[in-house]
Design a protein around this ligand. Structure first.
Ligand code: SF4
Length: 329
C-alpha cells in the first residue's frame, strides 16, 4: 500500500516545541523562567509551532506572543471563582463532541488537538478524551442535526478543527451539506495564524467546493501575530469564498492598551479580517494572571472608539453560562 506523506503543515505540527527548556533556550530567556515554566507545563503541556515562535522577539520575556504560550508557576495557584469548566459546557453536551448552547447553531468538536496551547484557554481542562467521537458517534450527531430543522449553522471547533486531516474534514463537510436546512459552516480556528501553511490546496479544495456559506473565525490577540504568511493565508481563505472574522481575548500584558488593540484592528483589516469579538477572560483555573477587570476593559474600548472607525471596533463581550447569547459589557 502506498504511504501518504504528511503535509507540510502536519510536519510543522509534529515538530512544534513541547519542552519548556527548549522554548526558553530558543528565545534566549534567562534560566530563572524555567522552574515556573516547568510547573505550568506539568498542568497544561506547552505547544508552540516554529512559525509562531519566529514572530517573537529574541531575549524579551515581555513579548506579547510569548506571554500567550509561556507556562508560569502562577497557573498552579487556586484563585476563588476560577474553575475548570467556566462556561459549564458539560451541561450543554448533547452527545460526544456535540455542544448545543445557542438557538439555531450547534458546535461540533472536530478535533481534540490544537497547534498551539494558549495558557488562558477556557478549554484547558476540557475532557477531550470523552469528546473525540468515533465515526459511529459522528453519525449519531449528524442524525441529531438532521432531525432538528431549527439548526441552520454548524460550528466546527475543538481543540482546533483544522488540526483534523483534510480527509476527515472533507467527509464531515460532505455529510453536513447533505442536511437540507443547514445553511452555514463556521470554523473557529487559530491554525491559519500559528501555521499559515495549513491553508493549503487540500483544505481549499473542500472549503471551496461546499454549497454551505463559509465563515472562518480566527483567533488573533496581537498585531505581531499577523505577518506576511498570515496575510497570504487569509487571502487564500477569502478566495475560497470564506468571510473572515476575528475574536480576541483581552489579556493582561498581551493587549491591554488602547494602542495594542488599535494596532490589532488595523492589522486585521490589512489582512482582510474584520474584528468581531473582544472577550473578557473566562475564569478558567490557571489563567487568573491574565485578567483585566471589567471597568478597565470598558475604558479601553471607550478609548478605542475614539481611535477607530466603527467597523474596526470589536464588540466587548462576556460569555455567561446559560445565557442565550454572548453578553455585551
Ligand atoms: S487555539 Fe484556541 S482552543 Fe486551542 S489552546 Fe488556543 S485558545 Fe484554546
Amino acid at each position: 500500500m502506498p504511504l501518504t506523506l504528511p503535509s507540510a503543515w502536519q510536519t510543522q505540527l509534529s515538530q512544534a516545541i513541547r519542552d519548556p527548556r527548549e522554548l526558553c533556550r530558543r528565545l534566549g530567556l534567562d534560566d530563572a523562567w524555567l522552574p515556573g515554566a516547568e510547573r505550568g507545563h506539568a498542568l497544561f503541556e506547552i505547544r508552540v509551532p516554529e512559525a509562531f515562535l519566529a514572530r517573537m522577539r529574541h531575549g524579551d520575556p515581555n513579548d506579547p506572543l510569548l506571554h500567550q504560550v509561556l507556562p508560569l508557576a502562577a497557573e498552579g495557584e487556586s484563585v476563588p471563582g476560577y474553575v475548570t469548566d467556566p462556561l459549564a459546557e458539560a451541561e450543554h453536551t448533547s452527545g460526544p463532541g456535540l455542544i448545543h448552547k445557542y438557538n439555531g447553531r450547534v458546535l461540533l468538536i472536530a478535533s481534540p488537538a490544537c497547534a498551539v496551547n494558549c495558557r488562558y484557554c477556557f478549554r484547558r481542562h476540557f475532557p477531550y478524551a470523552d469528546n473525540s467521537p468515533s465515526r459511529a458517534q459522528w453519525e449519531r450527531s449528524l442524525e441529531t442535526l438532521h432531525n432538528d430543522p431549527s439548526i441552520h449553522e454548524a460550528i466546527l471547533s475543538g481543540g482546533d478543527p483544522l488540526a483534523a486531516s483534510d480527509r476527515q474534514l472533507a467527509w464531515l463537510i460532505e455529510r453536513l451539506e447533505a442536511i437540507p436546512h443547514l445553511k452555514r459552516l463556521r470554523l473557529h480556528t487559530r491554525l491559519p495564524v500559528v501555521i499559515p501553511d495549513r491553508v493549503d490546496d487540500a483544505l481549499l479544495g473542500w472549503l471551496g467546493a461546499t454549497r454551505l456559506q463559509k465563515v472562518v473565525v480566527l483567533h488573533i490577540n496581537h498585531a505581531n501575530e499577523i505577518d506576511k504568511a498570515v496575510i497570504d493565508a487569509c487571502a487564500r481563505l477569502k478566495a475560497a469564498g470564506a468571510t473572515l472574522l476575528n475574536q480576541s481575548v483581552l489579556l493582561r500584558n498581551v493587549n491591554d492598551s488602547v494602542d495594542a488593540l488599535a494596532q490589532l484592528s488595523e492589522r486585521l483589516f490589512e489582512a482582510g479580517v474584520l474584528p468581531y469579538y473582544l472577550h473578557v477572560l473566562d475564569p478558567v483555573a490557571g489563567a487568573a494572571h491574565f485578567d483585566v477587570p471589567d471597568e478597565e476593559a470598558r475604558e479601553l474600548v471607550a478609548g478605542l472608539r475614539e481611535e477607530l472607525p466603527g467597523f474596526l471596533l470589536p464588540r466587548l463581550v462576556r460569555e455567561i453560562p446559560g445565557e442565550a447569547s454572548k453578553t455585551p459589557l
